[in-house]
Every structure is written in structure tokens, then in C-alpha cells.
Design a protein around this ligand. Structure first.
Ligand code: PHE
Length: 339
């Protein structure tokens, strides 16, 4: 029986030595030490031994059990370390690899166009001024010859913060502010965001951008307005660009015009961009209304002036062939990375 115990111990040690995984080790534990295991089986046959032999055998059996348990524990520990080692190798980071490149930001297409515009107007002697986006009814409408009950207010419905504070619907508010504090000669442009209660679609947004222009001096005429706008169109779109003035109406200019330029995409032949007309409307303009000059403390008998408001968004979408104005406002990195 003792020999049988030794055999079990030898067999167990050999098998444990060969175990390749923790599952193998567990299987061996069941095979040798489990309820139906080899050691348990031999212990069950102890009844056939004499009273003197039994304690000796029992002691030996316990030693064998302890030895197998120890061998199993050592093997389990070894296997765990080996598995860990493999995992570490798989997860290893090569610290000598070059780092991922940080993308450098770029100008928003609206800002690229705006910078070009500012450069053109500054080269013609215009100052650049700033105005508040939260504007008073007074500067956005009243001073511009649009009293509270004027029907033209319908065209520029906006977001009111109080009865008299609103999100400006036009950069023209900057005209009134400038004329109030500056003596002519005045030559200024004011770029910025404007707001209107508009449904969003591919060509409309409740937030968009304008660049206002204002010139006031003695003897300023419609010819000066034409000259400045033609010069601007040639520099932005190229010298072959034609400019067309169409009669229009704005309460703060008289006479008023809307200005189209030949489509930069097709050169005036008609295409998808200009919806077949060959022309693209880019701005509203006119001679400053005498009432506006008077409201701002400038004598219309001595001074005259012209004003214009250019839409930046249309200029940007046609220049870069952007099919949907919403792309300008969504800040999608994939879109912005193209500029
Ligand atoms: N403010 C006008 C608009 O938003 C444009 C404009 C500006 C017209 C200056 C005339 C003079 O439609």
C-alpha cells in the first residue's frame, strides 16, 4: 500500500510538471485529490489494514496529499506568471515610436473671406469698427428711419430680449452708432453676426454674417458708391466680373439698390450655382436717407453719403462651392479641415 502511495506521488509530480495551463492543473487536482480521485480511492481501502499499520499509512497518505497540493500550488503560480508575461508582451508600448501629430487649426472659411474683404476696404481707406450683437431698437431700427409701426419691420423679425433690446438684424445699426460719435468725413466698415427669425434650410440660417459699409462726406454721390463696389467686386471675384445695380427699397437709403455680380462659376452664362440666371446677388446699398443723417446729428444739406451691406455667407458658399449654408455653422472638423 505504501508503494501504491509512492506511485501516486510520482505520477502526480510527473503530470503536474507537464501541465501547460491552469485548467490542466485544476484537472490534475481533481484526478488525484478529488472525491473520486486516486488518493481518495486508496484511503477508502484503509479498512483492510491492521490497527498498527493504519496510523502509519494515514500519516504517509497525508504527506503525499500535502506534497501534491504543494506541487500544484507552485505550478499554478508559475503558470500565472507566464500568462502575465505574455500579456505584458502583447500590451507593450514602444516609447521610441514618434508621437501622433497634433493637427494645427486653420481659419474658418468665413474668416478667410472676411479677411480678404477687410484688406480690400482698408486699402481704400476704410476704418474697421465693431458693434454689439445685442442691440437696442433705437440703433437697429429707429435711427435708421424704421419707426415702430413701419411695415419694413416685418422683413426683419428677430429675437427680442426685452421690449427695447434685441439681437441685431443688420450691421446697419453700426451706421447710426458711428454717425452719432464721428464727424464727417466718415469711411468705415463693420463686419459681424446678425440674427433673424428664419427657418433653417440649405440657404437660410437664423444666424448669418454681414459687412456694413458707410461713407459720409461733402459731395458724395451714387457714382462713388458704384466705383467702390465695382472695385470691391473686381478684387474679390476677378477683373472680368460685371456688376449690376437693380432698383430696390430700404427705409434708410434713398435711392436704394440691390447689387448683383456675374456668377464666378460660369462667368454669366448660367449654371447651378446662379440658378441659371448668370448673376448672384451679394448686397444691398444706397444713398443714406436724409432722415438718417438728421437723426444722427449730421446736416443733410451739407453732407451726403452712401451705405452698403454685403452678405458674407453667400460670398463664402459660392467661392468654395459649399452646397449647404449649415456647414458654416456646424463646426464639423472634417469640413473645417478642408480649409
Ligand atoms: N441692412 C440691409 C439688409 O440687411 C442691407 C443694406 C445696408 C442696405 C446698407 C442699404 C444700405 O438687408
Amino acid at each position: 500500500m505504501k508503494e501504491k502511495l509512492n506511485e501516486i506521488l510520482m505520477a502526480a509530480k510527473e503530470a503536474i510538471e507537464k501541465a501547460k495551463s491552469r485548467q490542466d492543473a485544476e484537472d490534475l487536482r481533481v484526478r488525484f485529490l478529488g472525491k473520486k480521485g486516486e488518493l481518495t480511492a486508496i484511503l477508502k481501502s484503509m479498512g483492510s489494514l491492521s490497527a498498527e499499520e493504519r496510523p502509519l499509512f494515514g500519516q504517509k497518505a497525508n504527506e503525499v496529499r500535502a506534497a501534491i497540493e504543494k506541487a500544484l500550488a507552485e505550478k499554478a503560480e508559475m503558470l500565472k506568471k507566464a500568462e502575465q508575461q505574455l500579456r505584458f508582451q502583447a500590451e507593450a508600448v514602444d516609447v521610441t515610436m514618434p508621437a501622433e501629430k497634433q493637427k494645427i487649426g486653420s481659419l474658418h472659411p468665413l474668416n478667410i473671406v472676411l479677411n480678404d474683404m477687410l484688406e480690400i476696404f482698408q486699402s481704400m481707406g476704410f476704418d474697421v469698427v465693431d458693434g454689439p450683437e445685442v442691440e437696442t431698437d433705437h440703433y437697429c431700427f429707429e435711427q435708421l428711419n424704421v419707426p415702430a409701426d413701419h411695415p419694413a419691420r416685418d422683413m426683419q423679425d428677430t429675437f427680442y430680449l426685452t421690449d427695447t433690446l434685441l439681437l441685431r438684424t443688420q450691421t446697419s445699426a453700426a451706421q447710426a452708432r458711428t454717425m452719432e460719435v464721428t464727424k464727417p468725413p466718415i469711411r468705415m466698415v463693420c463686419p459681424g453676426r446678425v440674427f433673424r427669425a428664419d427657418e433653417v434650410d440649405a440657404t437660410h440660417s437664423p444666424v448669418f454674417h454681414q459687412l456694413e459699409g458707410l461713407v459720409v462726406d461733402k459731395g458724395v454721390t451714387m457714382c462713388d458708391l458704384k466705383g467702390v463696389l465695382e472695385q470691391f467686386a473686381h478684387e474679390i471675384y476677378g477683373p472680368e466680373t460685371k456688376v449690376k445695380f437693380r432698383p430696390s427699397f430700404f427705409p434708410f437709403t434713398e435711392p436704394s439698390v440691390e447689387v448683383d455680380v456675374t456668377c464666378s462659376e460660369c462667368g454669366g452664362k448660367g449654371c447651378r450655382v446662379c440658378k441659371g440666371s448668370g448673376w448672384i446677388e451679394i448686397l444691398g446699398a444706397g444713398m443714406v436717407h436724409p432722415n438718417v443723417l438728421r437723426n444722427c446729428g449730421i446736416d443733410p444739406k451739407v453732407y451726403s453719403g452712401f451705405a452698403f451691406g454685403i452678405g458674407l455667407d453667400r460670398l463664402t458658399t459660392t467661392r468654395y462651392k459649399i452646397s449647404d449654408i449649415r456647414l458654416l455653422f456646424e463646426n464639423d472638423k472634417r469640413f473645417l479641415d478642408e480649409f
